[in-house]
Design a protein around this ligand. Sequence first.
Ligand code: NDP
Length: 340
Amino acid sequence: MPALAPPSKILVTGGTGYIGSWVIHFLLEQGFKVRAAVRSIEKAEPLKEQFEGKGELEFFVVEDFIKEGAFDSAAAGVDGVVHLASPLTAKSDDPDDFIKPAVGGTMNLVKAAALPGSTVKRFVFTSSTATVSRTLDTPKVFDESDWSVDPELVEKQGRSAPWMVKYRASKTLAEKAARAYVDENAAGNFDLVVLNPPFVFGPPLIRSLPVGTSVDWWFGAVIKGTQTDPGVMASAVSYVDVRDVAQAHVLSLTRPEAGGERIILAAGATSWQEAVEFVGSLEDTAPLKEEKTKGLPDIERVPYLVRYNSEKSKRVLGLEYRKHEDTIRDMITELSERGF
Ligand code: NDP
C-alpha cells in the first residue's frame, strides 16, 4: 500500500502520554491532520492548550479502549493510525491489568482499520524492545528477528511474576496479535509498521501532564539514587530520545519502504551507574532541587548482556539519532523548569 503524506488524517492513541504528545507535535508540524482518541474530553484539555493554532487537531472520545468495536467510529475516514496507548503501570498484581488493555486496545484498532470500506493505508504500532530481548548469561546484540519469552514466563508465574515481566508480556502479546491479524485479514488493505524503542528519555513536552514513567525512572535512578540494587545499577540500559522516537513514527507513515517492517529504535546503551557518572560529568546543566546521587561507584563493572542493533532504523527510516548528551541536557532543563 502507498505511504502517506500531509495533509492525510492520522488517528493517534496515547496522545496524552509522554511519547504521544511529541508524535502529535511532529505530525501537526509537518502538516498532517490529527484525530486524537482520548478517554474523556477532560483529558483532551492539555492537548488543546498545547496545540492551539498549530494545526488541525480534533478529538474523539473512546472511553473504554477494550470494549468490542471501540474504535470502529474513531477510525472511520482516517488515512493512517498511530497506536501508542498502553499501560506502563498497573493497579494490582493481576497480569491482565497490563495484558487486557494492551492486547484488547490494539486488536480493536487493528480490526477497525480492517473493516470493509476502511480508508486506512498505514498503521504504526508502538511496541518496545521489551518484545525483542530476553535475559541471557552471555552478551548478545538483539535484532528484529528476536522475540522475548515473557508471555511464557507470565503463564508459569502468574500473579507472582515481576511487574516488568507482565508489562513485557503485554507488549509481546499485543505485537504478535496485531501482526498475525494483519497478515491474515488485512494484507493488501494497509501496511503495519512496528516500532520497538528501549528506554525513552528526553524532555517531556506538555507541562500540565505528568513527565512519563520512563522519565520518572530515570530521575529516581540517576538523580535521586532510589535504585540501590548493585545488579540493576550495573546492568545495561538502552536508550533513545523521545523526539527521535516521535519522528520515527512520522517517518513510518511517510516512507514507502517502512511498510510491513518491524524496526528497533535505539541510540545507544549505558548502565544506570554510568548514567549517574555521565550526569555528574556534565557542566552547566540546569539546576535541580534534588542533590545528585553518586550512585554505587564501587560496584563491579560488567559487560552489557543486552544491546540492540538499530541499523535498520537508519537504513529504512533514515533516522539520525540525537547525541545522548543533548537528550540528557534537554531533559534536565525541562525538569528544572518544572521545579524538580
Ligand atoms: P505514558 O504513560 O506517558 O502514556 C501512556 C498513554 O497510554 C497515555 O496516553 C494513556 O492515556 C494511555 N493509556 C494507558 N493505559 C491505557 C488504557 N488502559 N486504556 C487506554 N489508554 C491507556 O507512556 P509513554 O508515552 O511512555 O508510552 C507510550 C507507548 O510507548 C506505550 O505503548 C509504551 O509501551 C511504549 N514504550 C514506552 C517506552 C518508554 O520508555 N516510555 C519504551 C518503549 C515503549 P491516559 O492519559 O488516558 O491515561
